[in-house]
Write a protein that binds this ligand. Structure first.
Ligand SMILES: Nc1ncnc2c1ncn2[C@@H]1O[C@H](COP(=O)(O)OP(=O)(O)O)[C@@H](O)[C@H]1O
Ligand SMILES: [Mg+2]
Length: 405
């Protein structure tokens, strides 16, 4: 099994997927824009060969370079876990007649309007929505959507340039603030909790599924720098709180005809229990969520994904044992981290339920959470009972402080 893997060294989690592929016996041909010497060790160890390309911007040039480098060697898969290079991966698949998502299928998971149209056509609930390339088009969509509404880039990420609007003035302000954005999505604002539905699939079968719960909602988080974010991997997918989203997720995957690999969907749970589609990516979730899923079942989904992708199966026992709450901390104050306030006491009290703690070390500069999603800390708390898990995690949200001065 020969697998071409795009950007094996960046972003941070890529080397883990490379390692997973190597562990299941695949020969991994890495293609990246970093010098080989700059690759993280895990990536280097997992690679059979590596091609440094001049850059990723010119797709045609990359295709030519890869063709020359492969030198007639046949490849079975082209994999890419980085959103930015998903079209390039599709182009390489089409060029070398390799199975997996082609450009048209990729477009559906990269364009917030295209995906909503596909999901809506299958009779599933999406927010009222429309695409807008100009101020006039935006106002026209708003007439159908009504208030409250949300304005966001059609291919956005990380809640950037995303605004809730409750009246005409706020809508006008949002249009002014997003003037640099080429295409907008204007949507009905859905009030409710925000959760994920994530899977590993092979040949259209769901081999692993997951729901996690964002607290607070990502948009609130992007606008509230002092808040610690929590993302909770839920153990019981049959629970009434999550079941509507799981059912929606099944329908969405069917509607998109998704076959093989990771998926990451976001959905809203309205107070009356209705699940509303948010968005879906044909890639794993970021922000360490794969790690949290691993902690919930003591598994390795980096390897599990590789096995599913290469051989169509997932042979680990993936039953969940725990609810896992991941807490990301943002430092208080500017400059150098001086103190991990309350950490020792919290670990004395709850240490047996803490699967992982990584904080910006004392003496190092605080991080910019706009650039580094984990910010200044990453803590995983786990417990078989959800209430207890949330309660313990709250101590790390509230009482743990990374202090910079
Ligand atoms: N229709 C909507 N109703 C309510 N909130 C929304 C809606 N669309 C987006 N949001 C909020 O904005 C955030 C970012 O939007 P999303 O579509 O997930 O884009 P991205 O994650 O790529 O930035 C969501 O996590 C959610 O908090
Ligand atoms: Mg999102």
């Amino acid at each position: 099994m020969n697998v071409v893997y795009l950007s094996p060294g960046f972003p941070a989690e890529m080397p883990l997927f490379v390692r997973g592929l190597a562990q299941v016996g695949a020969r991994v041909f890495g293609v990246g824009d970093q010098p080989a010497a700059a690759l993280p060790q895990q990536a280097r160890e997992g690679l059979h060969d590596y091609l440094q390309v001049g850059g990723f911007a010119d797709e045609g040039a990359v295709v030519d370079e890869v063709r020359r480098w492969l030198h007639g060697r046949s490849i079975d898969r082209v994999e890419c876990m980085w959103e930015r290079l998903m079209y390039l991966a599709a182009t390489l698949r089409e060029t070398f007649s390799v199975p997996g998502m082609n450009r048209a299928q990729t477009a559906i998971v990269r364009d917030k309007e295209a995906m909503k149209q596909a999901v809506e056509k299958a009779g599933l609930r999406v927010p009222r929505h429309g695409r807008a390339r100009s101020r006039n088009e935006a106002w026209a969509v708003l007439e159908r959507v009504g208030f409250p509404s949300i304005v966001k880039p059609i291919d956005g990420a990380g809640s950037q340039d995303t605004y809730r609007c409750d009246d005409r003035q706020q809508f006008e302000d949002a249009l002014q603030r997003t003037r640099h954005v080429d295409e907008l999505s204007v949507e009905e604002f859905i009030e409710g909790e925000e959760l994920t539905y994530d899977t590993v699939c092979a040949n259209g079968d769901i081999l692993f599924e997951n729901v996690s719960w964002y607290r607070p909602k990502p948009m609130v988080l992007a606008k509230s720098p002092w808040v610690s974010m929590e993302n909770v991997v839920l153990r019981d997918l049959g629970h009434e709180f999550v079941r509507p989203g799981v059912e929606l997720g099944h329908g969405v995957l069917r509607a998109l005809g998704f076959a093989t690999g990771f998926t990451h969907m976001e959905w809203f749970r309205k107070p009356d229990g209705e699940a509303v589609f948010g968005e879906i990516g044909g890639r794993p979730p970021g922000a360490r969520l794969v790690h949290a899923m691993n902690y919930s079942a003591d598994i390795d989904l980096f390897r599990g994904w590789a096995e599913a992708t290469c051989y169509g199966r997932l042979s680990q026992d993936t039953r969940k044992r725990y609810n896992c709450s991941m807490v990301f901390k943002r430092a208080q104050g500017d400059g150098i981290v001086r103190e991990h306030r309350n950490l020792a006491a919290l670990l004395r009290e709850f240490g047996e339920h803490v699967a992982c703690v990584e904080l910006t070390p004392i003496g190092e500069p605080r991080r910019d959470w706009r650039k580094v999603v984990v910010g200044d800390g990453w803590i995983v708390v786990r417990h078989p009972e959800l209430d207890r898990c949330l309660e313990i995690a709250q101590h790390f949200v509230r009482d743990l402080a990374v202090i910079a001065r």
